[in-house]
Ligand binder design. Structure first.
Ligand SMILES: Nc1nc2c(c(=O)[nH]1)N[C@H]1C(S)=C(S)[C@@H](COP(=O)(O)OP(=O)(O)OC[C@H]3O[C@@H](n4cnc5c(=O)[nH]c(N)nc54)[C@H](O)[C@@H]3O)O[C@H]1N2
Ligand SMILES: Nc1nc2c(c(=O)[nH]1)N[C@H]1C(S)=C(S)[C@@H](COP(=O)(O)OP(=O)(O)OC[C@H]3O[C@@H](n4cnc5c(=O)[nH]c(N)nc54)[C@H](O)[C@@H]3O)O[C@H]1N2
Ligand code: SF4
Ligand SMILES: [Mo]
Length: 749
């Protein structure tokens, strides 16, 4: 007997609604949910393989605990006993900062990852926090923090209504979009063109997205900040600056004019390898479009001037009056956002409140650079204790972060390590305790993170499609118990964690004059919460206190968990709406267009300009494949093979110059090491650029990913030594990295 169940896909940021076919407890098929209010039936090959991802036989079924050097299956009680016994002595002897926490990408795709890490960090009190954000979008957080006073206020391009999209360093036809949640991103780009809009793509590779564009600018990697600064220059020089309705909310417009004065299209042309005429045309088109949005992603963030480029993306949106207006770039309003407080000055955004111990990197958003994790473990200084114990939650930094070999050794030297991960992989193989979450069909889903980045306001929740298998522990409970075990409360009922969060949230809310529950009794409100378990009650709480919520009766038509459950395909909350000045939390209460730390970083960009034009060798960029996902999806046969391979893309001119044949193994060498992979000669990369995908290199001993090991690929991040960072954000430089390439012949293989 088969049945169907709804499940929001957790495999990328597009958050498509799926209809799963379930036979017994197995998911045997998955298709797009045509009734989903947001995704309307869209599905990609990864979502269609949900069943295979879910039932991968290599997924761990029980916790593993290291005994006599070997990882063996254990009970959950034994596992959490071991966690408490391993972590607490490190806290007590060396202090909380000696316990590091690494949060990886899948945390933004799970209910557990949204609800528990902050509580865990609070219970531990550590400053040694490292996340995938510093391999990804930290520059955008820092730029938003500085411009808007709120690191999480990220403007999202209004894909469905814009007339002109300038897309920089993003390839949504493979990635399905990022910091812009839009199921069927490809279809939405085609719709933009069909309604007469224009698409411009800036990318050193002629990607599938670039092929769709009206104009493709094959920029030299790492040069986007220069191009964007020159575009801003043109807007000022040609009197095209027009803030429109934004004007009363923005300060520093004149200061930015002075700041970009040197960056003329002619001055940046050689460094970007973009003709001055093209740069002028890009600026004029942006200004002339009835509405337009500038959108930058991985290729604009993971570069030496990532924060400047991210800032300039919004500067251009602001100077052309496109921020916060329909068709431009707007701030979404998610159903679980906190009750919007009245507009007015806020506390602003601080950077560098503390620094990393070894290299003195400033914290950003409470995090230290993941690139610095290895040195924080393996280097002794007199500036404090090294990281001696580590918790990795949904993270595989041995493959995802620079210099995996060094990190691999560093992890081996830890006193104690815990991994919350479904696989025994390159990172978790070092753990003393591995706590495996259940597969996604057995987990609930709500997009706490991505609804704040979605091109349409909407809310959806799916309960587990399949009941928890006997012997499994929900990931929410795993993280609650982990919190208690590392926080010195081992053995306490994990429900206490949720009860505590609910009590704290309500106690604060009833004191806030703008809250719909101002002045009410927290105990009475707690009794009104519904939900089958703690995480559901917390979701109910957030929905009810949120911008669309029922306010516990204050707005009787408003959202509650019950109402959401009655709409299994979701509730549409309408298109993005202008919200300024409410989201601003700067000290001035305005958009601060030229924040101090940005102004202080501009000389470095001028320096880069002065140094450009020197004969440059090859530089490396990354790429993504539709059927892959970072480091953990190479174990699914249906999603590997074909064009999804770990090869070195290089341009025919470079291949000819270096004497490389198609398919020939080539050795690519960078500051952190060398890797060998087959060459794939293609003119989709610009000359001077080679491309390797990340997340490969599944050939280390002790890894239990059988299929991935049959075609392991190589770890591109071994080419990096971890020293190249965007200084303001601590983000790793993963693109535009200098490398050399040598073809290998028989004897050298
Ligand atoms: N060279 C280069 N390197 C890059 C990038 C690049 O473009 N180029 N991209 C960077 C980016 S953007 C990111 S986000 C990072 C990603 O790097 P990571 O943060 O390491 O993320 P993933 O590789 O996606 O997965 C990490 C782990 O999560 C586990 N996992 C999967 N599902 C779940 C779950 O439901 N619960 C738990 N607890 N664990 C789960 C997987 O088994 C895997 O071990 O990589 C970065 N590294
Ligand atoms: N299929 C699939 N989907 C994914 C993922 C995946 O691994 N596979 N990962 C998910 C994650 S964690 C993220 S963060 C998102 C990322 O989503 P995207 O940002 O869309 O990621 P990419 O496909 O890597 O696209 C980045 C593009 O930047 C280009 N680029 C490199 N250097 C530069 C440069 O200096 N300037 C410019 N202008 N462009 C440059 C690259 O050639 C590449 O085409 O994708 C998510 N979705
Ligand atoms: S686009 Fe992303 S969310 Fe949609 S089905 Fe594919 S992997 Fe899942
Ligand atoms: Mo990412």
């Amino acid at each position: 007997m088969s049945r169907t169940a709804l499940r929001i896909c957790p495999l990328c940021e597009a958050t498509c609604g799926l209809v799963l076919t379930v036979e017994g407890t197995a998911v045997t098929a998955a298709r797009g949910d045509r009734d989903d209010v947001f995704s309307r039936g869209f599905v990609c090959p990864k979502g269609a393989s949900f069943g295979a991802v879910d039932s991968d036989p290599d997924r761990l079924r029980a916790p593993l605990v290291r005994r006599d050097g070997e990882l063996r299956e254990a009970t959950w009680e034994e596992a959490f006993d071991a966690v408490a016994a391993g972590v607490r002595p490190v806290v007590e002897r060396y202090g909380p900062h000696a316990v590091g926490v690494v949060l990886g990408n899948p945390n933004v795709h799970t209910v557990a990852g949204a609800l528990y890490p902050n509580v865990l960090l609070g219970a531990l009190g550590t400053r040694s926090l490292f996340t995938a954000s510093t391999l990804d979008q930290m520059p955008k957080h820092v730029s938003s923090g500085l411009l808007f006073g709120n690191a999480n206020a990220i403007p999202v391009p209004d894909l469905d209504r814009t007339d002109h999209l300038l897309l920089i360093g993003a390839n949504p036809l493979e990635s399905n979009g990022s910091l812009c949640t839009a199921p069927d991103f490809p279809g939405r780009l085609k719709a933009l063109k069909a309604r007469g809009g224009t698409l411009t793509v800036v990318d050193p590779r002629r990607t599938r997205t670039a092929k769709l564009a009206d104009r493709h600018v094959a920029i030299r990697p790492g040069a986007d900040a220069l191009l964007l600064a020159a575009m801003a220059h043109v807007l000022y020089a040609e009197d095209l600056v027009d803030l429109g309705a934004l004007a009363p909310h923005v300060t520093g417009v004149g200061e930015v004019e002075a700041a970009v004065r040197d960056f003329t299209p002619e001055a940046v042309a050689a460094a970007c390898d973009v003709d001055a005429d093209v740069t002028r045309a890009l600026a004029r088109e942006l200004a002339a479009a009835p509405t337009a949005a500038v959108y930058g992603r991985i290729g604009s963030c993971t570069v030496p001037h990532g924060t400047l480029a991210s800032w300039l993306v919004d500067v251009l949106n602001i100077l052309t009056g496109n921020l916060d207006r329909p068709g431009g770039a707007l701030f979404p309003q998610a159903a679980t956002d906190r009750t919007p407080r009245p507009a007015g000055p806020g506390r602003g955004f601080a950077l560098g409140r503390w620094h990393s111990r070894v290299s003195g990197h400033p914290e950003a958003k409470g995090e230290l650079p993941l690139s610095a994790l290895a040195e924080e473990i393996d280097t002794v200084t007199d500036a404090g204790e090294p990281v001696r114990a580590l918790l990795t939650i949904a993270a595989n930094p041995v493959l995802s972060a620079p210099d995996g070999d060094r990190l691999d050794k560093a992890l081996d030297s830890l006193d104690f390590m815990v991994s919350v991960d479904p696989y025994l992989n390159e990172t978790s193989r070092h753990a003393h305790v591995v706590l495996p979450p259940p597969p996604p069909a057995q987990s609930p889903h709500h997009d706490f993170a991505f609804n704040t980045l979605a091109v349409r306001n909407q809310v959806r929740y799916t309960r587990p499609a399949v009941p928890l298998e006997p012997g499994r522990t929900a990931e929410t409970e795993i993280l609650a118990r982990l919190t208690l075990a590392v926080g010195g409360m081992h053995g306490t009922d994990p429900a206490a964690v949720d009860a505590m969060v609910i009590e704290q949230t309500l106690t604060t809310s009833v004191r806030e004059p703008h809250s719909p529950v101002h002045g009410r009794d927290p105990g009475e409100l707690t009794a009104l919460l519904t939900g089958e378990n703690g995480p559901e009650r917390r979701l109910d709480l957030m929905l009810r206190l949120g911008p669309y919520g029922d306010g516990f009766g204050a707005r009787p038509d408003g959202l509650t968990l019950e109402r959401l459950l009655a709409h299994p395909h979701g509730i549409d909350l309408g298109p993005l709406r202008p919200r300024l000045p409410q989201p601003l939390k700067t000290r001035s209460g305005k958009v601060e267009l030229l924040p101090g730390p940005i102004a202080a970083d501009l000389p470095r960009l001028r320096q880069a300009l002065a140094e450009a034009g020197r004969p440059a060798g090859l530089v490396l960029v990354g790429r993504r494949h539709l059927r892959s996902n970072n480091s953990w999806m190479h174990n699914i046969p249906a999603l590997t093979g074909g064009s999804n391979r770990c090869t070195v893309h290089l341009h025919p001119e470079d291949a000819a110059r270096l004497g490389v044949d198609e398919g020939q193994p080539v050795r690519v060498k960078g500051a952190g090491g060398a890797v060998t992979a087959p060459a794939e000669i293609t003119d989709t990369v610009r000359p001077g650029v080679v491309s390797l995908p990340h997340g490969w290199g599944h050939d280390r001993p002790g890894v239990r990913q059988t299929h991935a090991a049959t075609d392991p690929g190589v770890n591109v991040n071994q080419l990096l030594d971890g020293s190249l960072l965007d200084p303001l954000s601590g983000n790793a430089v993963l693109n535009g990295v200098p490398v050399t390439l040598t073809p290998l012949t028989g004897a050298q293989l």
